[in-house]
Design a protein around this ligand. Structure first.
Ligand SMILES: *[C@@H]1O[C@H](CO)[C@@H](O)[C@H](O)[C@H]1NC(C)=O
Ligand SMILES: *[C@@H]1O[C@H](CO)[C@@H](O)[C@H](O)[C@H]1NC(C)=O
Length: 481
């Protein structure tokens, strides 16, 4: 019970913090150089919030609440913001699946009792929830690439299975879809009313939670969810690297990164004591407990307001949770400094970014196919993408996180195309490594498409520091790395 009231108190505190930080962001809609050019700064004022990606604060409870992403009031979002003379050409959406049941169980404890059926009288709720379920029931005619057709189209177990999407997860993506629909379809008319299959590009990994998240988002997004027009492709790799996954140097970076993680953990004696204490409570060797990745399960307890498990030796509690979560935040900070992960991320994200710029270039040439691309993915997809783009300060992808690349055309100069990058509704365009200085020289509140193209085709490999690599293949096979 102590846990419950403390949870409520912390929730209130976090809500206050979130409000303060949001209002701070809001009131920081500061133009960058107002003095010189009144006209351009006026438009900039509207479209460029600052600061956009403040580094994570070290309050573990606040961070955990952001991670849960519990649907509440309509959030502020900057998607689709552009001066009137810009036309939206295409949109590329990368999502993490919504809230899910843990992938691991804490050994020798009762797993959290979470109900994965979708019902109207449980919170969080979305007005389209029932319609979503009945539409999914009719989905047998869907054309999915194998092996996707064997997956259930919506979560349905009264006691969630491991990794299953929850009602919270469905609602998060119905909300994402609705938000994108209001902006991209209603406001910017990205799709004509008689849109066809080939105007969408849909791809998901082979997990039910990613397919279902993608479907929920599309159900919220599309004005008429016609099963005949929905074609999901299957992506076997969480990096979405398709036919270009073989990259030995990327794996070497990953091994070094894992070694760094391991050493940092060893240095944290408080963390070791916490694991030992938890292992004592559940009565397994410390090693086994650590291997069971208890934070995944604890986050589920936390996000769903279910008290942590107890045994006759005692209870896992909020103090354990805080220590592990604080270590995670520290780990991310060191990860940014040491740059090993960056090497992994640049090589890991190249194939999907390369594919995305090709799709953008085709749209820029006036082709009408694939103007809306959706990749339904994981934290291990979004995280490398964020790092590769240079968004080092961005938070670890929360449930239902969304990273969006928008392609725009300047009607006054039709040959010029620009991109905007948004993470969870925040405009991070000028925080990317390829557009950091751009706004200081330009009156446009966006980044030239060429910057992104040059980055993906060439500068990504320069950023790797492996002297001389000019192609993905080179960089992946560098001798003596
Ligand atoms: C958490 O659970 C307690 C008891 O079940 C309940 O009273 C409280 O309202 C819940 N808190 C939230 C934020 O849902
Ligand atoms: C990058 O895209 C081009 C054009 O679509 C393609 O020919 C090439 O194989 C891609 N390279 C990688 C490494 O993905």
């Amino acid at each position: 019970m102590l846990f419950r009231s403390r949870f409520l108190l912390l929730l209130a505190l976090a809500a206050l913090l979130a409000f303060v930080s949001l209002s701070l962001q809001f009131f920081h809609l500061t133009p960058v150089s107002t003095a010189k050019n009144g006209a351009s700064s006026k438009s900039r004022k509207r479209v460029m919030p600052e600061p956009v990606t403040e580094p994570p604060v070290t309050d573990p409870i606040y961070e955990a609440l952001l991670y849960c992403n519990i649907p509440s009031v309509a959030e502020r979002s900057m998607e689709g913001h552009a001066p009137h003379h810009f036309k939206l050409v295409s949109v590329h959406v990368f999502i993490r699946h919504g809230d899910r049941y843990p992938l691991y169980v804490i050994p020798k404890t009762k797993r959290p009792e979470i109900d994965c059926t979708l019902v109207a009288n449980r919170k969080p709720y979305h007005p389209k929830l029932e319609a979503f379920v009945s539409h999914m029931l009719k989905g047998s005619g869907a054309s999915f690439e194998s092996p996707l057709h064997s997956l259930p189209l919506y979560p349905s177990h009264p006691l969630c299975e491991l990794g299953e999407l929850t009602q919270t997860g469905v609602v998060q993506h119905l909300q994402n879809g609705q938000l994108l629909r209001d902006i991209y379809l209603k406001k910017h008319k990205l799709l004509p009313s008689d849109w066809s299959t080939d105007q969408l590009y849909l791809e998901t990994t082979g997990k039910s939670r990613t397919l279902q998240s993608g479907l929920a988002l599309l159900y919220g997004f599309l004005p008429d969810f016609d099963w005949k027009k929905i074609h999901f492709r299957h992506q076997p790799s969480a990096l979405f690297c398709s036919g270009n996954c073989f990259c030995p140097v990327r794996n070497q970076y990953l091994e070094k990164e894992q070694r760094r993680q391991y050493l940092l953990r060893l240095k944290n004696s408080q963390l070791e004591r916490t694991y030992e204490d938890m292992a004592r409570i559940v009565d397994v060797p410390t090693k086994q407990l650590r291997a069971a990745n208890p934070i995944d399960s604890m986050l589920c307890h936390f996000c769903h307001n279910v008290s942590f498990p107890c045994t006759r030796n005692g209870c896992i509690d909020m103090e354990h949770f805080k220590v592990i979560k604080t270590h995670q935040i520290e780990d991310e900070r060191e990860r940014r400094e040491k740059k090993l992960y960056l090497g992994y991320a640049l090589l890991g994200a190249h194939p999907i970014l390369n594919q995305t710029i090709s799709r953008m270039q085709r749209a820029a040439e006036g082709r009408k196919e694939e103007v809306f691309a959706l990749y339904s993915a994981h934290d291990v997809t979004l995280s490398p993408l964020l790092s590769a783009l240079g968004l080092m300060e961005a938070r670890f992808p929360r449930f239902a996180a969304r990273l969006i690349l928008e392609l725009w055309q300047d009607r006054e100069k039709p040959s010029e195309h620009s991109v905007r990058i948004l993470y969870n509704g925040v405009d991070v365009t000028f925080h990317t490594s390829f557009c950091q200085d751009h706004h200081k020289h330009s009156s446009k509140p966006m980044c030239p498409l060429e910057n992104l193209v040059r980055f993906v085709k060439k500068d990504m490999f320069v950023a790797l520091g492996s002297s001389g690599s000019t192609s993905y293949y080179d960089a992946c096979h560098k001798e003596g790395f």
